[in-house]
Design a protein around this ligand. Structure first.
Ligand code: NAD
Length: 453
């Protein structure tokens, strides 16, 4: 089946039909309409897979996708235009421009944690840039994967866009095909598998990976707001967010007030201790792993769990040891280890112990402290006095650096990611400056030396 769909997509792409503005706009419109028609199905699927509330499903998955489609619809005509570039002296009287073309047949591999968002967000870019696409959702969110099959097959013929369901076996088969672009979202471990496969065909790719994203709270921060916003970042999607604050570095003088405010933030999020709105842990494997991490350090608050629902209570844990299990891997759950520091410079050394993170968060009222961190740490993106919200703007490209990813997307950047920009020089035929032709002369060399220095 994979072989067949791949071949029909290649054939369809070669007809050139996906390239026109009107085709792309119609496809974006169809995608939006089919999502709207199937909203209920998506809510049900996300509830089944992750116990995701309607509110979170709309805020983080459906709404954000509809908004991204609208953004592409508003700007696509301008993005598709060729961009004039100033010619160099040696090119005069010619002109230069850059012109985007689609890559061709693309592969999108998505994870389970935001299974609608992370499948459709790159797909919007693939469509608006004029490609065909094979989309492989995660097998760990099976209800959403089924819903995506229905939505995509209602909206598009498989020779244009199609969903391939399955797990590692299907991924491995897909990765053997000679795609024109691969867009992968998932763990750094599988990212390496994808990169290796891409290397075999010299296929260009984007890797949206994860890692340990630090959050720093200094002694000038508004502690109440910091606690609320960190708690938001840690409980949304049950902490299973690639940019969730992973561990907290807090100035020792504000530790106690932070604990108080973190507790009160959680109490305000879950009145009467009703946790029914919180997303549960995706699989038994991840649940067992997270439960195991609860024994790693002194629990300050939280720590409870419910095996039947695969639910873990938002938990704050004291942590001192950088090589403990909690600090060795990305947590990807509602557990927040906390370490105190004396000097801000210590935070930089701790952050440098780990591969470059996808996100970094600093809560501070001191511009000096903020600059010190921003200037000395490497990360994919950051928020100052907030968490996660840097993703909420299609004008701000999103992606990692080093182990947290290669490339970026969202908004115009998605269009650019799925486009190859051709650099084109148009020479005039009215004039032919002889400087570059043989026979070479000392006189001409003098002129060239004046032009090229
Ligand atoms: P994962 O890497 O296990 O799986 C991602 C996809 O790869 C799935 O579709 C899966 O079927 C496939 N896959 C798994 N093993 C494979 C193999 N050996 N060969 C080929 N394909 C394989 O990731 P996950 O558990 O679904 O998601 C969690 C990870 O993703 C975390 O590390 C998180 O930080 C990261 N993530 C990153 C972003 C981002 O935008 N940067 C977003 C969400 C999640």
């Amino acid at each position: 089946m994979i072989e067949n769909i791949f071949n029909t997509q290649r054939k369809f792409y070669n007809t050139g039909k996906t390239k026109s503005y009107s085709f792309r706009m119609k496809a974006l419109g169809r995608l939006k309409k089919t999502i709207l028609d199937n909203q209920e199905l998506l809510y049900q699927a996300l509830a089944l897979d992750l116990n995701k509330s309607k509110y979170e499903a709309y805020l983080c998955e459906i709404g954000i996708i509809l908004d991204e489609i609208s953004f592409h619809q508003r700007h696509l005509r301008r993005w598709m235009r060729r961009q004039a570039v100033r010619p160099s002296m040696g090119q005069l009287p010619g002109s230069c421009f850059r012109s985007p073309e689609p890559y061709g047949v693309t592969l999108i591999i998505a994870p389970w944690n935001y299974p609608v968002n992370l499948s459709l967000m790159p797909l919007i870019g693939a469509i608006s840039a004029g490609n065909t696409a094979m989309l492989k959702p995660s097998e760990y969110a099976p209800a959403t994967s089924k819903a995506l099959v229905k939505i995509i097959s209602e909206a598009f013929p498989p020779y244009y866009i199609s969903v391939i369901e399955g797990g590692v076996k299907e991924n491995s088969l897909l990765l053997k095909k000679d795609f024109d672009y691969i867009f992968f979202t998932g763990s750094p471990y599988v990212g390496k598998v994808v990169m290796e496969a891409a290397a075999k065909n010299l296929t260009p790719f984007t890797l949206e990976l994860g890692g340990k994203s630090p959050v720093i709270v200094d002694n000038t921060a508004n502690i109440k707001l910091a606690a609320r916003r960190i708690a938001f970042g840690k409980v949304i999607n049950g902490g299973q967010t690639c940019v969730a604050p992973d561990y907290l570095l807090i100035h020792e003088s504000v530790r106690e007030s932070f604990i108080r405010e973190y507790r009160s933030a959680l109490e305000s999020f879950f009145p009467r201790k009703d946790m029914s709105q919180m997303v549960t842990i995706i699989s038994d494997r991840h649940y067992k792993r997270l439960k195991g991490l609860l024994t790693d350090g002194h629990i300050i608050l939280g720590g409870q769990y419910d095996d039947q629902r695969r639910f873990i209570m938002p938990t704050l844990i004291d942590q001192e040891n950088l090589s403990s299990p909690l600090m060795r891997e990305e947590i990807f759950g509602p557990i927040l280890p906390m370490m105190t520091y004396e000097k801000l410079e210590d935070c930089i050394s701790i952050i440098e112990e780990f591969p470059k993170p996808l996100a970094l968060y600093i809560f501070s009222e001191s511009n000096r402290s903020i600059d010190l961190i921003l200037n000395n740490c490497s990360f994919g993106g950051a928020c100052i006095n907030d968490t996660i919200m840097h993703l909420a703007n299609p004008r701000l490209p999103f992606g990692g650096v080093g182990a947290s990813g290669i490339g970026s997307y969202h908004g115009k950047r998605s269009f650019e990611t799925f486009s190859h920009y051709r650099s084109i020089f148009r020479q005039s035929t009215r004039l032919d400056i002889p400087l570059r032709y043989m026979p070479y002369s000392d006189k001409n060399l003098k002129i060239i030396k004046k032009l090229l220095r």
